[in-house]
Structures are given as structure tokens and as C-alpha cells.
Design a protein around this ligand. Sequence first.
Ligand code: PGA
Length: 249
Amino acid sequence: MRKLFMANWKMTLTDDEAASLASEFAEAAVGAKCDVAVAPTFTALHAVKEVLHGSSVDLAAQDVFWEEKGAFTGEVSPAMLAELGVRLVIVGHSERRTLGETDEIVSKKTAAVRAAGMVPVICVGETAEERAAGRRDEVVRRQVEAALAAAPSADEPVVVAYEPRWAIGTGMPCDPGDAAAAHRLVRALISEHHGEDAQPHLRVLYGGSVDAASLASYVALREVDGVLVGGASAKIEQVKAMLASAAWS
Ligand code: PGA
């Protein structure tokens, strides 16, 4: 499986801005040695889908609700995303966990995304305090196990993004060796939960202050199957440099 470059544009771009960046992305992705996906905000999904039509860039969403339909004001269902052509859905991003998203909610969202035929991108990672207390592995284990609790199948694609919270948006990326250790743990947890058969369907991404300067130190690692990039993914010069990195091949 090719490695994955995934952009998370967070709540930073309007409809027009997202469409214009998506069109530059599509160009930059031509000939790239990695798979590429972009996650615009909900309101920009349709415009970005139109722009990406015919390109190799996959459409992703930043969140989802777990119910299929009904009186859930403000929420967006998995079927609504799937109908728009969304292939991957971020669940449990740390910025959502900070707003109150629990392991139980992440579990429901993961199952709902899979049931709708899309691929969950499950974000896990410890806070600075948890890290200082030596609790990284315990936190990652709890979050991965909880997310997969309601996901019965071993032979469906799944992406886990290891994103230490203290590294997100701070300009302080995780030491690549530390990230590799966390990635090995995630792989081992997936085997424990789903058996060895799940391994070919799993991609473990690193996220947290990745930019053109640091990308190669992650994607060159055997343990790292790609990156989830926030801030730098909204700057086209950074994107061009990251997609062209020799480290992908
Ligand atoms: P960052 O964000 O690259 O800006 O640190 C990563 C993320 O939120 O997924």
C-alpha cells in the first residue's frame, strides 16, 4: 500500500478558498509517489469535490455524526458524506476531544463510518501531562481499543493517526524515533484486536507540526505509513515541497 498524505484544513478556509487550494493540490498531486487526501470543512465539501473531479486526490471529512438520520440539529450523517464522495473521515481529532468528544463517541463514529463504506481516520495521542507522567502507551492503548470496540471487521481499511496533543499546531513535532515507537504500539494493538489479518488494511499516520522541513524524517521510517498535516497543508508552497519529497519513494 502506498503511503498517505492527508491534509486537515480545520476551520481555516472559506468555500472559495478551499476550492482554489484544492485545485492547486490536484496539480501538485500529479505524479506524487503517495496517496493524497484533503479534509475541508463540511460547507466546502461540495465545492472541493467538484474541483477534485478527475484528479487522484481523495475527499475526506473532518468529523461525522453516528446516527443515520433524524432529529439531530447541526449534525451530518455518514450517508450524507458518502453521497458527496467522501472516502475518509477523521474521528476523534484531539481538537474535538478537547471539546468533549469521549472514547465512546469515537467508537460510535468509527463504526458508523465503516458501515457507510468509508474509511475512519482514528486520531489518538497523549497530552503533555500524560507524556510527562510516562502514560503515553496507556493512553494510546485506551483510545485505540475504545475506537475499535464497535468495529467488528478485520478486513476493512482503517487509518490510525498518532498525533500527540502537545505536538499539534505548536511547531514542536514529536521526535521521529518516539513516533515510530508509538506506531509500533498501534500496530501491535490492531493485531491484538483484529488478528494479523488486519495488518495489510492498516495505515498508521503521524500528525503534529509536520511541514516541508520535517516531513522526510517521518515518511522515511518503515513504521510510518503517512502523515496527517494541519497548518502546513493550507500553504501551497509547503504542500508542493511535501508531495515532491524523495522520502515517499
Ligand atoms: P498541525 O495539525 O499540522 O497544524 O500540527 C495536525 C492536525 O491537527 O491533524
